[in-house]
Design a protein around this ligand. Sequence first.
Ligand SMILES: Cc1ncc(COP(=O)(O)O)c(C=O)c1O
Length: 393
Amino acid sequence: MKQDFLKYQAQTSPHPLVLEVSHAKGSYIYDTKGNAHLDFVAGVSACSLGHCHPKVVTAIQEQTETYMHVMVYGEYVQQPAVAYTKLLASLLPDSLETTYMVNSGTEAVEGAIKLARRATGRSQLLAARHAYHGNTMGSLSLMGYEERKSAFRPLLPDVGFIEFNNEDDLKKITRKTAGVILETIQGGAGFIEPKNGYLKKVRQRCNETGTLLILDEIQPGFGRTGKLFAFEHYDCVPDILVIGKGMASGLPVGAFTASQKLMATLQDSPKLGHITTFGGNPVIAAACLATLKEITETQLISQTLIKEALVRKLLQHRLIKEIRGKGLMLALILENAEIANHLVLTCAKKGLILFWLLFEPKAVRISPPLTISTDEIESGCGIILEVLEGYKQ
Ligand SMILES: Cc1ncc(COP(=O)(O)O)c(C=O)c1O
């Protein structure tokens, strides 16, 4: 199967991990040789409730037996998406009441920047250096790494960059700026949190200039940082919230949320200002609904902070220079990239799944399912310490 994978499936890198998956359950992925791999990555923060959570599986099964795709987004009233967007609105600030469901994170970002341009009548978009918002042309244009995008130029015109956490740069937000897009906690850059009321200051500047603030919560969203959404930690409500990844606990999805008034601008001038075939798909929406109910009706969100404290207590080692992030969105910062690579690859051989961050080579991601148990955390951290202890410089 490995050879066919390498030949017939397009590859993203010359060094894929090539774990041959048999099945997955809870915090474990099982390979075709029968080995169990403890998952400290959760499909890169996507499987919030672990693998094949029974409530998500049941919701999907029931919906597939009722109806699947019946019409393009926005025409028919389909219960799963209606129930989901209504529940989501009840959990968000009043101004974030209307959600447009799409098929992936990057597509949600595309929708959000279109909305910002359409609603303000302005064209300039500002993003942060070292930002990652996805890989389609629009979100690629917002990526704060020239070397990863220069081969694909020309990209979107009128896109500028500001330094995350740099207050002086806020003057670049002007009356010409349609939208400022920021990750609430920068992911690919190394799990960088906003400091010294930064997001509130961005909010203030956006208010002064009539610019829309877009927060990308695709990674920190859905309870991962100890709040349903990370912006709740920083007392800053965006005009447009972008979500995805953990939203359906393992099915492809994304969405952007704004006020009804703002969102209405996509309905006309031009008519059908944003359309999609599969957005709001009932099977995916049923998985989203089951996931959101489980996350908000249990103690999973508050337990995230207890689990973070456990990881921080256990993972004390001279080669770990820092642990960044919040809740179960954590990154170990090692002394150098070589140690980070050694850790990821050696842990893989010992049955622990870890992964890199996109742009910070010294970092190793720990973003397990929110449902991970303390025993599983202890066992995974034990493997990490054993591998670091055995590392010969
Ligand atoms: C912050 C952020 N925005 C956008 C995306 C893109 O999401 P997707 O891969 O679902 O298109 C990601 C994916 O890693 C992300 O972390």
